[in-house]
Design a protein around this ligand. Structure first.
Ligand code: BGP
Length: 470
């Protein structure tokens, strides 16, 4: 029987998280294929350019040049005592077109160097296999995960990297924030571009089914390759409260939440939840399944749930919610303050979310994204006094400790964007999350030099004290 736990476990994973497409740059070097993220000038909530326009500025084509500067950057992370670091392998570096006969050796060599450097710095690599980086050819030629062939391509890509890094990487996650695929305009989540007049729910749920099969098959192959692998799934789970005690608000907020948790329900519990059948019935959705699909989904569930949590919002009946990279955007909560980008800060919501998820899944939880985007000011002495970030950080870590005391099994915490990177949602550089400042602006000007912010030392102290110095 588990006993009361007052503190963070000794083997708690502390670190930071980035994504290849928001940091690496080097978008077309060493044999890399073009991936969907390369087609955005103003982030994933801006316009998707079907063709890359010559002469236009695409922020992630160079990003912060992590591709060439990772060694220096990881030394800085080591200076904060990170014992883990989350990044993605960009699928298009390994299989530039998705359907190539052989993997791209130069792409693999880049990740060899990166992973070796992580290990040398004492950090466990935590690898996302698909973080908004689907090769464009997979989208154009196959319609992405609408097609079963893409399931095979994805599993093959996983096998290649699982085999290559089987003795170096233990922590994996398949798809970043895959629940975002339910949003029509959010192409990078699953690579689905809708056709005029088609039944979108049909296309979305079919692609989701194919992704569930891909996820389960990746878990299966991963565990065959190394039984010690921990392979999670990853969802965007900033939370939503009822706006009032009006029953319609309460019921509607549950339904909104379910539209996200649906993905976890299938991948962590191994079954389609009962409520989905009504949705399929009402939206005229018929899922094509192959023999054995349901068995593989049932048998190969994920080892843990990774998730992002930035904020909460509220649901009010009659007012339609929208979304951005932080999750659902409903009606503002009058009890909460917000960041300059309007994301409402809610540490108790973090504790609430941990409890909610553990009650539902009873699997280890890993918060792999939490943080605040801010427009930092650099003084003449190149100092950045980011008290607001320190405050956010401490309050969320305190809330996480309370969740541990509540009995929730939490594996680790990786702050989103420990070094400033390109914003996923807006493509801005100005929306900074880092403890490390990068000298680059929204138009791509700057020296790319790195400076420590005040928060750098604070996070270092927190990690050194295993979450006690708060
Ligand atoms: C999540 C993504 C990240 C990340 C984060 C913050 O949706 O997984 O890639 O960027 O949101 O969003 P933004 O960069 O838009 O502030």
């Amino acid at each position: 029987m588990r006993k009361y736990r007052d503190e963070f476990p000794e083997d708690f994973l502390w670190g930071g998280a980035i994504a290849a497409n928001q940091a690496e740059g080097a978008w077309n070097v060493d044999g890399k294929g073009i991936d969907c993220s390369n087609h955005y000038r103003h982030g994933f909530f801006g316009e998707f350019d079907p063709e890359i326009i010559e002469g236009e500025f695409y922020p992630n084509h160079e990003a912060i040049d992590f591709y060439h500067r990772f060694a220096e950057d990881l030394e800085l992370m080591k200076g904060m005592n990170f014992n883990c670091f989350r990044t993605s392998i960009n699928w298009a570096r390994i299989f530039p077109n998705g359907d190539d006969a052989e993997p791209n050796e130069l792409g693999l060599q880049f990740y060899d160097r990166l992973i070796d450097k992580l290990l040398e710095c004492g950090m466990q690599p935590v690898i996302t296999l698909s973080h908004y980086e689907i090769p464009m050819n997979v989208i154009r030629k196959y319609g992405s995960f609408r097609s079963r062939e893409v399931v095979d391509m994805f599993v093959r890509y996983c096998e290649v990297v699982f085999n290559r890094y089987k003795d170096k990487v233990q922590y994996w996650m398949t798809f970043n924030e895959i629940n975002n695929m339910r949003r029509e305009s959010f192409i990078p989540a699953a690579g689905i571009i809708y056709e005029e007049g088609e039944n979108k729910a049909q296309a979305m749920y079919q692609a989701a089914h194919n992704i569930f099969v891909a996820n389960a098959r990746a878990v299966k192959r991963g565990h065959e390759i190394n039984p010690d692998f921990k392979i999670g799934t990853m969802l965007s789970l900033s939370n939503v409260y009822p706006n009032s005690c009006r029953p319609e608000d309460v019921f509607g907020s549950m339904q909104t939440r379910r539209s996200s948790l649906f993905f976890g329900d299938v991948m962590l519990r191994g079954e389609y939840p009962a409520y989905v059948h009504r949705i399929w019935h009402e939206k005229d959705v018929q899922i094509e399944m192959e023999e054995g699909d349901l068995e593989v989904i049932r048998e190969y569930t994920n080892d843990y749930l990774a998730f992002s949590y930035y904020r909460t919002t509220t649901f009010k009946e009659g007012i339609s919610s929208t979304a951005d990279s932080g999750g659902v955007t409903g009606v503002k909560n009058s009890y909460l303050e917000e960041t300059p980008w309007g994301w409402q800060i809610d540490p108790l919501g973090f504790r609430y979310t941990f409890n909610e998820l553990y009650d539902r899944y009873q699997k280890p939880l890993f918060c792999v994204e939490n943080g605040m985007g801010n427009d930092d000011v650099v003084t003449e002495d190149k100092e950045i006094h980011d008290d607001y970030r320190i405050d956010y950080l401490k309050k969320h870590i305190r809330a996480m400790r309370e969740a541990i005391r509540d009995g929730v099994d939490i594996m680790g915490y990786t702050w989103w964007g420990p070094i400033d990177i390109i914003s996923a949602g807006t493509g801005e550089m100005k929306k900074r999350y880092g403890f490390i400042y990068v000298d680059r602006d929204n138009e791509g000007n700057g020296t790319l030099e790195r400076y420590k912010k005040d928060s750098f030392e604070v996070y270092k102290q927190i990690i050194s004290s295993n979450g006690n110095n708060l």
